[in-house]
Design a protein around this ligand. Structure first.
Ligand SMILES: N[C@@H](CCC(=O)N[C@@H](CS)C(=O)NCC(=O)O)C(=O)O
Length: 204
């Protein structure tokens, strides 16, 4: 099984880290959708990452669906709590983390990639507000003492997704989310980034 995509994509990175935490064996092929467009296209004409190439050659896209597939395949571990109320909380906070990642990618494309003369300032202002409000929403859900993860004593999918989204936003848009405004998010991210599965997914 191969996982296609660079670890500077938050969607690839959450998929990679999840596979590590669940002990799913895979080969990572860090191909860029920009620099290796033709190679990615030959694997997946949709040119979306992450792309999972299964043992029989079939491909699958979308981090959430790939992670669902990993959860089904994992034998001994899960990143989803068993208890229904916690499971629901884990899904809810994962969805907030995903929105944070999506907003960060959109804003990065607008600010970092689009030619300056084609920038849409109103859109940038709107996306910036959504990103900050999303981070505040997540911040309000994190325990103040930093003793636990988002959905219990063990790290779960919500922690993986939120921590990955935070690190990505800090990497590409360091001026947008000030860690001093979101100290619990910054602390959650630091705790997660210290784990071997996250360190294995480091990027520069
Ligand atoms: N919802 C998707 C989003 C994946 C996504 O947007 N990936 C970006 C890289 S960060 C991509 O493949 N962009 C290339 C394109 O859309 O053409 C997921 O969770 O996997």
């Amino acid at each position: 099984m191969q996982l296609i995509g660079m670890l500077d994509s938050p969607f690839v990175r959450r998929t990679f880290i999840t596979a590590k935490l669940l002990d799913i064996p895979f080969e990572h092929r860090p191909l860029s959708i920009f620099r290796n467009f033709a190679e990615v296209h030959a694997i997946n004409p949709l040119v979306k990452v992450p792309t999972l190439v299964l043992a029989d050659g079939e491909i699958m896209v979308d981090s959430t669906l790939i992670i669902e597939y990993f959860e089904e395949s994992a034998r001994t571990r899960t990143l989803m709590p068993a208890q229904p109320a916690l499971r629901r909380r884990c899904r809810r906070l994962t969805s907030f983390g995903l929105a944070l990642a999506e907003k960060s990618v959109q804003l990065y494309y607008e600010i970092g990639l689009r030619p300056q003369n084609l920038r849409w300032d109103e859109w940038i202002t709107r996306q910036t507000g959504q990103l900050r409000d999303g981070a505040a929403l997540i911040e309000s859900e994190i325990a103040s003492d930093g003793s636990e993860w988002l959905c219990g004593r063990e790290i779960g999918q919500a922690d993986v997704t939120v921590a990955v989204a935070w690190r990505f936003s800090q990497f590409v848009l360091p001026h947008i989310l000030d860690p001093e405004q979101y100290p619990r998010l910054a602390d959650l991210s630091a705790r997660a980034e210290a784990l071997p599965a996250f360190r294995a997914a480091d990027f520069k």
